[in-house]
Each structure stands twice: as C-alpha cells, then as structure tokens.
Ligand binder design. Structure first.
Ligand code: PNS
Length: 159
C-alpha cells in the first residue's frame, strides 16, 4: 500500500493546500495530512482547530486521515512507518527552503524519507496562510482563498 504524509502548519488551510491534498490523495492509497503542533510559531488557530478544519474540508475524500505531530517530521514518519512526504511548490522562492528541508529529512532519516513535490495550481500560486490572515485582518475579500466556512472562522477570530 502506497502511503504518504503531507505535513504543514495549515494555519489555516487554504484552497492551495486543498488542491495539493486532492491531487496527492489520487496518487497514494492513503494520505495523512499532519498538522505541526508548534506553539513557538504562535498560530492563530489551535492545533485542534486546524485539524477540525482539515477534517471538514476533506470529508468527501475517502483515503485521507488528519493527524497532528510535534517535534521532527522524520520521527513522526518513522513512528508511523511513512517514507514519502508531499510538499507543494508555489514559486521558485519556495524552492530553496523546500530543497533544504527535503535534503535535511533525507539525511536525518538515513535515506528512509523521500519528498515528492507537487506544483501548486496557477490560480493558487500567490496564496499563503499568512497572506490570507493579513487580508482577513483588514476586512479584505478572501472568498477565493479559503473555503467559506474557514472564511467565517477567520472573521470570528479576527473580528
Ligand atoms: O506549512 P509549513 O509551515 O511550511 O510547514 C513546515 C513543516 C511543518 C513541514 C516543517 O516546518 C516541519 O517539518 N517541521 C517539523 C520540524 C522538523 O522536522 N524540522 C526539520 C526539517 S527542516
């Protein structure tokens, strides 16, 4: 059985993330979306809220499981017998950081972990969770960036 993990902060999940999730779920028998529990980053949404958002947004995808993790990704992957991580690439500016992370994970895992990159759809290539939060904080239109229910949650949080 081909399994993969799509790790990230997902604070909150955007339509760009959902695009990667849908496409990756068609490539693997099981896709685990793993939310990083990292309070050092002072997330807007708690890890429980981020997991709930992902569960709701992906409820129509059968081969998906939403989980959370703390610490190193490779430790989570080892514990769950996972060998492939999926990451989205939006633009060339993502590449350097993603390459470094992929190589670090390959090195730290002794070659047990591979990273598969999916190029984000053009319509989402400008999108990031940080941008969405900033636009929402100033009352801008985020309807093309996140599912409606996430937009409502953002409005509730940010006023
Ligand atoms: O959505 P993000 O913030 O770009 O996701 C980054 C994430 C969560 C995939 C990355 O920060 C991560 O894997 N963190 C866990 C700690 C770790 O394993 N670090 C070593 C890899 S550089």
């Amino acid at each position: 059985m081909k399994r993969a993990v799509y790790p990230g902060s997902f604070d909150p999940m955007t339509l760009g993330h959902l695009d990667i999730i849908r496409r990756a779920s068609e490539m693997f028998d099981e896709l685990i979306v793993a939310v990083l529990n990292n309070n050092a980053k002072s997330p807007l949404f708690s890890v429980e809220e981020r997991v709930k958002i992902l569960q709701e947004a992906t409820s129509d995808i059968p081969n998906i499981r939403i989980d959370s993790f703390s610490g190193l990704l490779i430790d989570y992957m080892k514990k769950n017998d996972l060998h492939v991580a999926v990451r989205g690439l939006r633009a060339i500016t993502d590449f350097e950081y993603e390459l470094q992370m992929a190589q670090t994970n390959a090195e730290l895992s002794g070659g047990a972990v591979d990273t598969v990159f999916l190029v984000t759809g053009l319509e989402y290539s400008y999108l990031s969770s940080s941008t969405v939060k900033e636009i929402a904080a100033f009352g801008g239109d985020i309807s093309k960036m996140v599912p409606d229910f996430v937009g409502k949650l953002l409005t509730e949080k940010l006023g």
